[in-house]
Design a protein around this ligand. Sequence first.
Ligand code: 7TS
Length: 415
Amino acid sequence: MNSSAPDNITNILDVESIRADFPILQQEVHGCRLAFLDNAASSQRPRAVIDAVSHYYEHDHANVHRGVHSLSHRATDAYEGAREKVRTFINAKSASEIVFTGGTTESINLVAASLGLNMGPGDEILISHMEHHSNIVPWKLLCERSGATLHVAPINHRGELILDEMLAMLGPSTKIVALTHASNALGTVNPVSEVIEAAHALDIPVLIDGAQAVPHSTIDVQKLGCEFYAFSGHKMCGPTGIGVLYGREDMLERLPPWQGGGEMILSVSFEETVYNKLPYKFEAGTPHIAGAIGLGAAIDYLNGIGMESIAAYESHLSAYAGQQLAAIDGLRIIGEADNKVSVHSFVIDGIHPHDLGTVLDHKGVAIRTGHHCAMPVMDFFGVAGTARASMAFYNNAEDIDQLIDALAVAKEMFA
Ligand code: 7TS
């Protein structure tokens, strides 16, 4: 190993004891130590989350909100307890504003479907060029259904939003702005507060896709002031299939439900349906109870470390990775914004990203390769795909060194 990692990486968190909390990290892949650097796709789970989910299934499982028996009460308390943990984690005003969904994708589809019922020709939706497909396609579908028009704010060659051009695109016909907080393909952190403020000056609601921001920083939805904030449990050490739509109470009250079924109604007859109160109006059917409980355990775990410490640690580790990558001959970083989360997309002259990913896998290094569900970003940079190393707080300098050594091997192989 060629570690030249500065001491400040190791002083902020006790990463070795954190790593011991993650059983999956203790394995070898192809006979090598595992360096898991695909956290932007999905993070790993600490023992506390795995245990919380197992405990629920072993002791407390029953359907929520409907049984008079003890297990149903326990399941309901745990499920609603998880909602309260999410509320505190993002500083929402009320637990009524926390809708459990299947993830970011479902959260955005919910808003597009529900808000879209009132849209028609002449209405505009504003997104940016760096969105994940899940913050593009639901709006495209809505445009096809309603006749509304999708507008796309441009980015520059550093992978940054061109803010003044985006703000100039806001107008009386804009019905919603949907913007990613942090780009999964570039790492760019967007100036969301400025966008929210400008949109609000024109009474335009704003949805923020927080999938890549929540795992790395402290989020305060009241401070941000956005109407909607969407994120996924599995990118923040929680289970898959669970996510959150934060919706400001006044907005959620105004929106019609998007899916009908049990749980989201107070009474049903063939003549009239009375919807349930928030947030249940948006949670039709039996929810992912274990997922919510696991997400609550993930939040407890993250809080135990502290989001500020996580952010500080990752920023040092990411700077170290950035320096090491930049020193590699023929390597081009895609996404050079000043403000980035710990996501590094890159291409290497003469090596297809998938080949790179395969060689790295044989050295125990897990990265993602491809278009990262952000094809417009790939088109903008003129590449079919990139290799992407993305870090979490349980990564260490050894992971980065292993990545850099494996890249040297790949370069030699394809020279
Ligand atoms: N928005 C962003 C910014 C994302 O990065 C992702 C997933 C999503 C939305 C969708 O989240 P989901 O949990 O509903 O699937 N991003 C990635 C990725 O970068 N690699 O795999 C999934």
